[in-house]
Design a protein around this ligand. Sequence first.
Ligand code: D5M
Ligand code: FE
Ligand code: ZN
Length: 514
Amino acid sequence: MEKQDSISTQKLEQALSLIISSGYQLDNDAFIFLKTLIKTQDVKKIVEDTLKKVVASPEKPVFITKEILNKTLEERQSERETQFSESVVKTFRPLAKDVDSKIEIKEYPTISSDKKVSDFIHYFQDRFTRIRTLFKQRLDVRDAVPINEALKTASNASVKIIGIVTDIRERKTNIFMRLEDFESSVTILFSTRERTVFQKAQRVFLDQIICVQGKRIRNDLIVATDLIHPDIPENPLKKIDNTVYAALTSDLHIGSKKFFEKSFNYFIRWLKGQEGNHRQKEIAGKIKYLVICGDVVDGIGIYPNQENELEIKDIYKQYEKASSILQNIPDYIEIIIIPGNHDATRQALPQPPIPKKYAEPFYMLENVKMLGNPVNVTLHDINFLLYHGRSLDDVIRVLPNVSYRSLKKNISIAMRYLLKIRHLAPTYGGKTPIAPEPKDFLIIDTPPNVFHCGHVHVAGYEIYRGTLIVNSGTWQGQTEFQRKMDLQPTPAIIPIINLSNLNIMPMTFTSTFQ
Ligand code: D5M
Ligand code: FE
Ligand code: ZN
């Protein structure tokens, strides 16, 4: 320490004699200023640089002032910063830049605009037939029979049927459901005497396809002894020899006053190799895909009094701002964008991609793919089911133990339920609007490797029967409405998925950066 001090003093002395020998004088403030710098700066170098500038300038001052010295100091600092960021950029070698992207988009809805009554019939016929096929893959459902056959059996016989739920009446000690198939219908009684079956029945949605095992006790009344969902079979985690990662996110809500813009820009700088420690930079360099699962912007008139929380009150400007931010992402990263309920596209599911009319700047970016909601995409041989997740609000309502307050622990349970029923939004005409396309695009035909949703603004993950369930949270702080609902969002967390083993690494970009 003492040695250090004497070196600093020596440098100050050398600096002073340099000034004098060059024919200049140091004013008092400048002297005090230099003394304050001796511990942290090379004062001799500062003086040398200052003298060089002074000698070169046409108006040579007699006194070297504090201001002149300070200017040199600032220039040196900014030069060092530039060198630092250049060296970071030079040493950042993103592996993903040398990997070709591999994206396959599975079948896509062709949206018809004029709806007829017959569309509803086709829609439900398609739903019933396809979910029944999924049911028949289960060993314990192969012996299910059409409802009219079940009605012909002897009284008290055990029967198994598959049907669509057309009516639900819940009382204190029992639930009556009406179940229909193509030919007939029947009433099912779930009694609290069969507690677990009764609880399963409490979670059933209208228009859902279920399998019921029970006893026919009267003409068209069956007392349920079991309720079965199609569920997904065990699908072992795919192990693929990939070194690439996907970053999953959603619910940016650009245009909202609560958008975490600084955090999001920090995330982009990290992607570019400009932030983070060595290990974090290594992860950033492997990111090949960025998936944005809806609610890119906050939209206009989406909920009452939204204007109080809007920074940008024009939908076009919201998308302009969104693209001006996202265009800073390195172009070797493929960006996939689907809409959510705040985006400017049809609200009914399946939602078409956000149209060019509103999101034109995005269509100009070569590394951006605008897709619909929901959609199946394969990224490097890993199947993703991307769905914004509006119906999760309905699921949260029917599942006991799951509430907005408990979402941090339970969001994956709500998503898991959609996998079990093999449908993304069962109730027609409920809170989640559905358009009756001739084919039901909301059925989960094939269990995905990754099931990615957003919407609830709370990040959560789990592996269910080999499928990685991810909710990617949000970049928006708590809104007034969410405060009333006691929903605590988890902004600025990005789950990063290693596509070779589906390992998940949540990266946080909050705290000091907001
Ligand atoms: O939805 C974000 C979360 O907040 C989601 O869980 C629903 C809840 N939310 C927000 N607004 C409403 C209204 N008006 N009704 C019910 N639930 C709501 P987001 O789609 O981002 O607004
Ligand atoms: Fe949202
Ligand atoms: Zn949403």
